[in-house]
Design a binder for this molecule. Sequence first.
Ligand code: FES
Length: 166
Amino acid sequence: MNYLAEPMQFASWSTDAASEIIDRHQSERGPLLEILNDLQRTFGFIHEDAISLVAEELNISQAEVYGVVTFYKDLRTEPPGAFVVKICKAESCQSVGADQLAEAAQEIFQTKIGSTSQDRSVTLEEVFCLGNCALSPAMMLNERLLGRMDIERITELSKEIKDVSL
Ligand code: FES
């Protein structure tokens, strides 16, 4: 199978662009999480300067912003690798071998869950239900949902990623 893998593309950190994002959400109710998600979609991670900027603009403490950033596993404080692979570890996927798959994926991509490989080709993450339970075990490659994954398919995927990243 060809996954037509394309590396993730993110903007370089810019305070002006971040301020625009924050402004866009200012009028929403409880905008903090949406702002952080939007910052991550734009820059790939939550830059350390974003913490003080968001705190200042929302008139809340930096500790509050930092608390949310560290609470939500989806939010990163480091730039991701060229590809982000998320492995579902929720019940339906667990019942068909997600744990073993996650173990194998760490070997195949040569990085731990929650980390980026040394060559920065892959960031490996775990998630809890991708809404693709009918096709468990499920994974996500960047923004693309994948189902019925197994070790063989992950190996193919890793070869494709290596080809694109080299
Ligand atoms: S439990 Fe894995 S997609 Fe729902």
